[in-house]
Design a protein around this ligand. Sequence first.
Ligand SMILES: Cc1ncc(COP(=O)(O)O)c(C=O)c1O
Length: 429
Amino acid sequence: METNAFRCNKFCEIPEIRNMRIALPNKLPQVGHSIFTVMSQKASELSALNMGQGFPEFSPPEELMKAVHSSMEAGFNQYPPMPGYMDLREIIAQREQQIHGNSLNPESEITVVPGATAGIFTVFQALIQAGDEVIIIEPAYDSYRPAIELAGGKVVGVSINFQSNIENPELFESSEVVFPWQKLKESINEKTRWIVINTPHNPLGFTFKETDWTQLWEIIQNYSIGIISDEVYEHMVFDGKKHVSVLNMPELRERSVKISSFGKTFHCTGWKMGYIAANAEITQSIRMVFQYLAFATNSAMQKGITQFMQLNPNWETELNLFYQKKRDLFLRELHGCDSINSTKPSWKTLNCEGSYFQVLKYNTQDIPKLGEIKSDLDMAMWLIRSAGIATIPIDSFIQGQPQTGCLRICFAKNEDTIIKAAKLLNQVL
Ligand SMILES: Cc1ncc(COP(=O)(O)O)c(C=O)c1O
């Protein structure tokens, strides 16, 4: 096929070579443009408010940017040590201890990586062997599936059930996500090697509690199965609750990997900075791959983040409230103060326990002038055209894209943007 072959005649003088094609493999045939690109393009085409893509509207703290800048000027511009500077790994270990009660050896159990996505990719390359089955819980962050497949693994998707939401909205009155424990149990077999958990969860906003981890342990304890725990939203947990990391659970700790993102924690998603934590043996396997994948992570940013963390011991714990206020503002504006007594339909929302995402449940009967809506994508497209607001359809996080009746918005925005978003959404009801 022309699109899968590259003609080299522009560069070649030798006639036999001039017309030779090289066959380009398509390693990810199922993958097209990401929904984030599609919705963001549509938003800019229609000048719509972009509440879809998940990044903060605000800058990282000034002090952090200055610390990075002065680290460059101080000469931190060449290769740092492969697993990260020791002072950064030390402050990460201190914070893990103070905030979560996790005891980690900075020498052998922490590796600084260029963002969580690269961290996840490295972990899968290092720990998955050809034919291994890896369970992901869907809806799922979009990088898991392709990264597992590129590592030679087979993805087994276990979906959270949305059926009642579509067929009978009243059945979905509870705003809690019901975790699919039974389906998870039934998906395990002798080839299963890893289960990927994401807490707080993107896009649904639920969190794993101690009882959930215990239940997971009871399911896997007699198998050779480990946990890869994506905890990039660990410092965005609301209503006084505490983030419970997989590393908090003594039985799970020895067979688990935690992945964290500085991009999420310090409002600098474009810097692509994060870390991986796991016991020394697992870390050793991960570093073997990492040394050939990226080798190391941006030196000046490591130094800047270290300095900022040393001087701001409360940043991460204060982030919970910072984002909780944004969630609450959005919900207040969306539902209005008098919604309890009002007969006007309003958007239903899923309980957001953590992350910077809020799920909206749409009920097609509540919206006049709505054409035929066969998928969440149809709904998101209708909304962007009719209300001028971009959201992300939840079906795009699930293989096969079954309609869920839900959309995701990102509330990592300034107050006026959050208020405007709620107004635009309410205008269509
Ligand atoms: C669940 C989840 N994991 C990982 C990432 C990626 O983090 P990073 O930007 O550090 O690569 C994201 C970003 O959206 C995410 O939502």
